[in-house]
Design a protein around this ligand. Structure first.
Ligand code: SAH
Length: 220
């Protein structure tokens, strides 16, 4: 039997995670910090890795995918600059942890996952955790969710060699897209794209390491 810590111990570890890994590295948006303090990350991590839930790194979630390091989840969420009535699209639901963090900030969360097993499990997890207002879709996220566009924020949690045009099209004016750009030779950079009346504004943030995006985007 796996000797997992108690719920109280997990809560203690979660608060320490926010203080030591996230605040200390400069994330300061109160709504993001509160969301990270609230969402029980260990409920999203598969049983056998559960005791690693609050460590300072990624954790496997099955199907060859990983849940991002807590700091990256917090920092990307902060870069989205979401307001409580903002509409946000996530590409790559994975285990649903990032989805739940977004759902703590706004009620208008849409998330697309391409792997059926992850999609099914995440739907179940989010239902159990009472994130009933989150909308999930199974499919290729590089096509976005045109019926629900425009979005104030779009967050991509798998790396792609270029920004899918569909996602830019589905950004509201003033909207922010945060995604890991795969620039080749094993390099990935986090990019923030803002849609302005004069066109696209691009900011390079820092180096990251994400799993590759699947689907349409792989083909030239
Ligand atoms: N946000 C996730 C991170 C998961 S890792 C979490 O908190 O757990 C990236 C996820 O993107 C994986 O689940 C992977 O299956 C998914 N993915 C990869 N390519 C995709 C695509 N084209 N459309 C939708 N999801 C995709």
């Amino acid at each position: 039997m796996v000797d997992n810590p108690s719920e109280e111990k997990y809560e203690f570890l979660r608060h320490r995670m926010v203080t030591d890994q996230i605040e200390r590295r400069g994330v300061s948006d109160p709504q993001v910090l509160l969301a990270l303090r609230t969402v029980p990350r260990h409920h999203f991590v598969p049983e056998k890795y559960r005791s690693d839930s609050y460590k300072d790194g990624p954790v496997p979630i099955g199907s060859g995918q990983t849940i991002s390091q807590p700091y990256i989840v917090a920092s990307m969420t902060e870069q989205l600059e979401l307001s409580p009535d903002g509409k946000v699209l996530e590409i790559g639901s994975g285990c649903g942890y990032q989805t739940a963090v977004l759902a703590e900030i706004t009620n208008r969360v849409f998330s697309i996952e391409v792997v059926p097993e992850l999609y099914e499990r995440t739907r179940e997890t989010l239902r159990e955790m009472r994130y009933d207002h989150v909308r999930l879709k199974l499919g290729d996220g590089s096509l976005g969710w045109p019926e629900e566009a425009p979005f104030d924020g779009i967050i991509v949690t798998a790396a792609a060699p270029r920004v899918p045009d569909h996602l830019i099209d589905q950004l509201a004016l003033g909207g922010r897209l945060v995604y890991p750009l795969d620039s080749g030779y094993g390099h990935q950079e986090l990019l923030k794209v803002i849609k302005t009346p004069d066109g696209i504004e691009e900011h390079r943030l820092y180096e990251v390491r994400f799993v590759p995006m699947r689907g349409d985007i792989e083909r030239p």
